[in-house]
Write a protein that binds this ligand. Structure first.
Ligand code: PGA
Length: 245
C-alpha cells in the first residue's frame, strides 16, 4: 500500500479504545504501515506514542489541531506544536471545515498553525472543501483555488505537504461525489501544486463519507493519493478494510 490513509477520530474515543485499536492495527500487515496515520484527540497522544514504541508499530500519529502560537506562554487551553512533537506526532490536520465553521478559524490563524507545524518538522494536512450551495451554483473551483492560495503565503521552507479535499456536503452525510467529480478536484489541486509549489512533495487526499465499501473505488482513482476518514475510522473492521484496499 503506497497511498496515505488518515483516520480522523474527531472528538471520539477512550483510553480503552486507543489501547484496543492500536494493538489491532499493529498486529495486521495492512494497517501496520507508515502510510496509515491516526489523528487521535490530543489527550490520547501520549498514550498512543508509548504504545507505538511498545508495539514497535509502523503507523504514524497526527494531531487534529495545534495552537497558532509557537512560544510557551499565557495561552490557556492551548497545545503547542513543540509539545506535540514530544509525542511522536508527524502530521497535523489544519483547516478542517469543522474548525473553520464551528471555531471560526480564519486564514491568518490557519497560516500561523501551518507555520507552527512546519517549524517543528511536522507535515500539515491542509483541508479545503466547498459547501453545498457553492457546489450547486458551480462556483466551487474558484472557491477552492482561493482556499489553496493561503499556501502561497507560507514563509518557512516547505518540503512535504498533504492537501485534503473534503466537500462539506459529503462529510458525515453518506453522500460522496462521483468518481469524476473527485478526479476533477484532485487534478485541480495537483495542477495548482505543480504551478505554485513546484519544489514541494504534495499528496492529495479525498475525504467525506469514505468507508469500507467505497474506499476501493476512490483509492483506485490515479489522482487520489489517499483518503481522510472520519466516522469509519472509529471501527477497526471498517478502517482495516480501507487500509487493505
Ligand atoms: P466522515 O468525516 O468520513 O465521517 O465523513 C471525514 C472528515 O471530516 O474528515
Amino acid at each position: 500500500m503506497s497511498k496515505l490513509i488518515v483516520a480522523n477520530w474527531k472528538m471520539n474515543g477512550s483510553v480503552n479504545q486507543v489501547k484496543a485499536d492500536l494493538a489491532a492495527y499493529s498486529a495486521s500487515q495492512s494497517t501496520n504501515q507508515p502510510g496509515v496515520v491516526l489523528a487521535l484527540p490530543q489527550v490520547y497522544l501520549p498514550l498512543a506514542s508509548q504504545l507505538l514504541t511498545q508495539l514497535n508499530a509502523q503507523f504514524k500519529l497526527a494531531s487534529q489541531n495545534v495552537s497558532q502560537f509557537n512560544k510557551c506562554g499565557a495561552y490557556t487551553g492551548e497545545v503547542s506544536a513543540d509539545m506535540l512533537k514530544e509525542f511522536a506526532v508527524d502530521y497535523i490536520i489544519i483547516g478542517h471545515s469543522e474548525r473553520r465553521q464551528i471555531f471560526n478559524e480564519s486564514g491568518s490563524v490557519l497560516l500561523n498553525k501551518i507555520e507552527a507545524a512546519l517549524l517543528c518538522g511536522m507535515t500539515p494536512i491542509f483541508c479545503i472543501g466547498e459547501d453545498k450551495s457553492l457546489r450547486d451554483q458551480h462556483n466551487y473551483t474558484d472557491f477552492l483555488v482561493q482556499q489553496l492560495e493561503l499556501l502561497l503565503q507560507i514563509k518557512l521552507p516547505l518540503t512535504n505537504l498533504v492537501i485534503a479535499y473534503e466537500p462539506i456536503w459529503a462529510i458525515g452525510t453518506g453522500v460522496i461525489p462521483s468518481m469524476e467529480q473527485i478526479d476533477e478536484i484532485m487534478q485541480l489541486i495537483h495542477v495548482f501544486a505543480q504551478n505554485y509549489l513546484p519544489h514541494v512533495k504534495v499528496s492529495v487526499l479525498y475525504g467525506g463519507s469514505v468507508n469500507g465499501k467505497n474506499a476501493q473505488d476512490i483509492l483506485s482513482i490515479s489522482t487520489v493519493d489517499g483518503v481522510l476518514v472520519g466516522g469509519a475510522s472509529l471501527k477497526v473492521d471498517d478502517f482495516s478494510k480501507i487500509c487493505a484496499y
